[in-house]
Structures are given as structure tokens and as C-alpha cells.
Design a protein around this ligand. Structure first.
Ligand code: SF4
Length: 183
């Protein structure tokens, strides 16, 4: 029986704490950058900011060896299927960090070529504002994600929560169809 199928109750609570700690302390991002935000992400991994202090020793070149997708930059309509394919190939459990205003909402690119929020393509666990967010901001967001991972339930509860978040994102009205100040 895998840890995901363990019954709920006192014992599972303890296992959840341990699994959460181990997961948050060994998050490996997939090597993946889309635009200018990726430069700040690269800086976060370099010696001055040193993401490896938080267990993120390497950015993996294969999505099958990664469990964190940092969407760093605007997502074009052409790239959206590629982003989804990389996400689908990542190992479970996995998380998505939307880095910067372009990835989160399309930013200043309110046009037909850019996806108006990557949460229309993959389920996002944490959003990081800014243009571009500094490496310190990225590290702060990752530490926030660590808290989320530490307290995430195991088993069917986690799967249900992930599926519900994904369904809600896919059904959300794209921002370019909204009646806002620009229309
Ligand atoms: S948020 Fe700013 S820095 Fe990041 S991809 Fe968009 S324009 Fe570039």
C-alpha cells in the first residue's frame, strides 16, 4: 500500500507531517523559462541567491524528474500546448508557480497572441506578482509554497482538491473575454 492510499486518522496525520516535510525540503523545478522573468529565475539559482539552500539543488532537464513548474514569463498561444505537455509529464505530486504578471494574467499583453493567465492551461498553486519579480520575491513565493506543501493532505483528499482547482481554472472566463475597463 502506497502512502497515498493510507487510511485517514491519527496515524495518517503523523505520516502527512513527515511526508509534507520531506516533500517541501526536496522540491526540484523543471528547467523551463519563457521570457524575461526567466532571467530572474536563473539569478535565484545562481550563487548570490542560491536556491539550493532550500533543498532545490538542481533544475531538472527532464520533466519526469521534476515536481515544480515555475512559469517564468508570458505564455503565447503557441507555447500553451507545450506547457501543458511538460506539466502532464511531470511526476506526481507536482506544483505550479506562476511567476510575474504576464504568466498570471497576461500582464500588459492584452492581445490575441498571449494566454491571459497560465491557470487556463495548468492548475496554479501560487501566484507571484511583479514585473519582473526579483529573485528574493521568487524565493519568498517558494517558501510560501513550502508551507502549502507541508500542510497538504495526502490521498484522495489531495487528488480531489487538485482536480477541483484544475476544473475551476479551466472553466474560468478568459480575461480577454471579460467586460473590463479596456472594453
Ligand atoms: S512580467 Fe515583466 S519581466 Fe516577466 S515576462 Fe512579463 S514583461 Fe517580462
Amino acid at each position: 500500500m502506497g502512502v497515498e492510499e493510507a487510511p485517514s486518522g491519527f496515524l495518517l496525520t503523523t505520516i502527512e507531517d513527515l511526508a509534507g516535510y520531506l516533500r517541501k525540503a526536496s522540491v526540484w523545478p523543471v528547467t523551463f523559462g519563457l521570457a524575461c522573468c526567466a532571467i530572474e529565475m536563473m539569478a535565484a539559482g545562481a550563487s548570490r541567491f542560491d536556491l539550493s539552500r532550500f533543498g532545490m539543488e538542481v533544475f531538472r532537464a527532464s520533466p519526469r524528474q521534476a515536481d515544480l513548474m515555475i512559469v517564468a514569463g508570458r505564455v503565447s498561444q503557441k507555447m500553451a500546448p507545450v506547457v501543458r505537455q511538460v506539466y502532464d509529464q511531470m511526476s506526481e505530486p507536482k506544483w505550479v508557480l506562476s511567476m510575474g504578471v504576464c504568466a498570471s494574467s497576461g500582464g500588459m499583453f492584452n492581445n490575441y497572441a498571449i494566454v491571459q493567465g497560465v491557470d487556463h492551461v495548468v492548475p496554479v498553486d501560487i501566484y507571484l506578482p511583479g514585473c519582473p519579480p526579483r529573485p528574493e520575491m521568487l524565493i519568498n513565493a517558494i517558501l510560501g509554497l513550502h508551507d502549502h506543501i507541508q500542510t497538504a493532505p495526502l490521498g484522495a483528499n489531495r487528488l480531489e482538491a487538485a482536480r477541483a482547482a484544475e476544473a475551476a481554472a479551466m472553466e474560468a472566463t478568459p480575461t480577454f473575454e471579460m467586460k473590463g475597463l479596456l472594453r
